[in-house]
Design a binder for this molecule. Structure first.
Ligand SMILES: Cc1cc2nc3c(=O)[nH]c(=O)nc-3n(C[C@H](O)[C@H](O)[C@H](O)COP(=O)(O)OP(=O)(O)OC[C@H]3O[C@@H](n4cnc5c(N)ncnc54)[C@H](O)[C@@H]3O)c2cc1C
Length: 409
């Protein structure tokens, strides 16, 4: 079997893989990206957070993203019955980007992957990683080409950015169950035909179900008059609805009068899709010569649109560790990669748990919230979950607990 050598091999050309490739190319490293699909390909996760812009910029890919013409985003709005509240991410506690984009991921991921290629990474579509050996001095992969031939790749470092493909967690038995109950989503793209002025297209809109606290809907407007629409709920709730995915999604949308009103003229021209049981975790985010990026590591929940931000943050942390390693330093991957990455993930976890229990929903919809506290919450919703200066990051459980009590109905 043919054997190739490279410095860093990356499995997957989603946001974590491409941003890692861009950062490593800046260091002058030799990078090979192996991607199973042919891009552009559909992917879920369309509303970015401003914090992600910092890492896209760091990877030298900002211009590519800005010029792609995506929908500008400056915040998040929340709707519960006839109540409406919104957060403008430019009004936040943490310094840094306050705006970002709502993106069709087929296009966005392609833009990032091509940017990585232009920076000198070798990018191969339709090359599937089938097995891995990390027992030796350097990791080795077995890959299948589009022609069906197998070849091996040896690299000094292996980054698993395979997302829900979860290549290393599966092959190295690193999977460990998530603590979250099994939730699922039904989603589609529609031509929304929402009259101008009735919908702030610069914000993701999260609608809570009128009766069930664990059910919520997203509407993510795009720049072309279309909108991503989805619902998230516990598996048992979704299973009550029969028919095609589109019929089920329509029936669940019909349960919320405000959303129904908003989408009354929408053209449902794209079959809906379903995904269930996406929350995942691993025993370790790194090992002998490898690290897990983005969704190949832990995935919590879509409610705060944190997935891509965590993915590109992981790319940035891993690229720094790899730079130090190539410079001859001994890197403690637990201390310098896993612990810092998880600290932000844990901040999001606190807010996600509180959201589904209803406490954070009461905080968001509380009519008399202090402007200072709203700025701190706005920072977290904008993705700044690693900023320990923010009391709701440094001491999130306790702080949020106190706030929940104050805002309880
Ligand atoms: C319902 C839902 C809604 C979401 N909404 C949002 C949102 O609004 N905003 C947000 O930021 N995040 C959202 N997310 C999360 C987001 O989808 C992910 O966090 C993000 O895509 C992770 O990026 P990644 O680079 O880690 O992996 P991915 O984007 O999944 O990329 C992984 C790549 O690896 C490739 N691959 C897999 N296996 C192999 C293999 N064997 N060989 C080679 N290549 C392989 C895949 O083809 C894929 O292209 C949502 C998730 C869900 C489930």
């Amino acid at each position: 079997m043919k054997v190739e050598k490279t410095e860093v091999v990356i499995i997957g050309a989603g946001p974590s893989g491409s941003v890692a490739a861009g950062l490593l190319r800046k260091q002058g490293r030799q990078v090979l990206i192996l991607e199973r699909e042919q891009f552009p390909r559909f992917s879920i996760g369309e509303s970015l957070l401003p914090q992600s812009m910092e890492y896209i910029e760091e990877a030298g890919m900002l211009q590519d993203v800005v010029e792609a013409g995506f929908q500008y985003k400056n915040g998040a709005s929340f709707v519960r019955g006839t109540k409406y509240t919104e957060f403008d991410f430019r009004e936040k506690f943490t310094q840094g980007w306050g705006t970002t984009y709502q993106v069709q991921r087929a296009h966005f991921d392609h833009v990032l992957a091509l940017a990585a290629e232009r920076k000198g990474a070798t990018l191969r579509f339709r090359h599937t990683v089938e097995s891995v050996d990390v027992s030796g001095a350097t990791p080795e992969l077995t890959v299948r080409s589009p022609e069906g031939e197998q070849y091996r790749v040896q690299a000094r470092f292996l980054l698993d950015a395979s997302g829900f493909g979860r290549v290393l967690p599966r092959l190295l038995s690193l999977e460990t169950p998530s603590n979250f109950p099994v939730r699922g989503a039904l989603f589609t793209h529609v031509e929304d035909r929402v009259a101008p002025g009735t919908f702030d297209r610069n914000k993701i809109r999260i609608t809570t179900h009128p009766k069930h606290v664990h059910v919520w809907y997203w509407t993510i407007p795009f720049s072309n008059g279309r909108c991503s629409l989805g619902v998230v709920a516990k598996r048992e709730y979704l299973e009550q609805f029969q028919g095609t995915e589109t019929e089920r999604l329509k029936a669940i949308v019909a349960e919320d009068p405000e959303l129904t009103k908003l989408l009354k003229d929408a053209v449902w021209d794209t079959p809906a899709r379903a995904i269930t049981g996406y929350a995942a975790n691993v025993k370790s985010l790194w090992g002998n010569g490898f690290a897990l990026l983005g969704n190949a590591g832990e995935f919590l929940d879509p409610v705060f649109s944190s997935g891509v931000t965590i993915a590109v943050k992981s790319a940035s942390l891993a690229a720094r560790c790899i730079a130090r390693s190539f410079a001859g330093e001994t890197v403690d991957w637990e201390r310098d990669y896993a612990v810092p990455l998880k600290s932000g993930v844990d901040t999001f976890r606190t807010f996600v748990e509180s959201w589904y229990e209803g406490g954070f929903q009461d905080v968001i919809f509380h009519p008399n919230s202090s402007p200072e506290i709203r700025k701190m919450i706005s920072s977290i919703l904008a993705g700044y979950a690693w900023d320990k200066e923010n009391p709701f990051v440094a001491d999130s459980k306790r702080r949020l607990g106190v706030l929940e009590k104050l805002c309880a109905p």
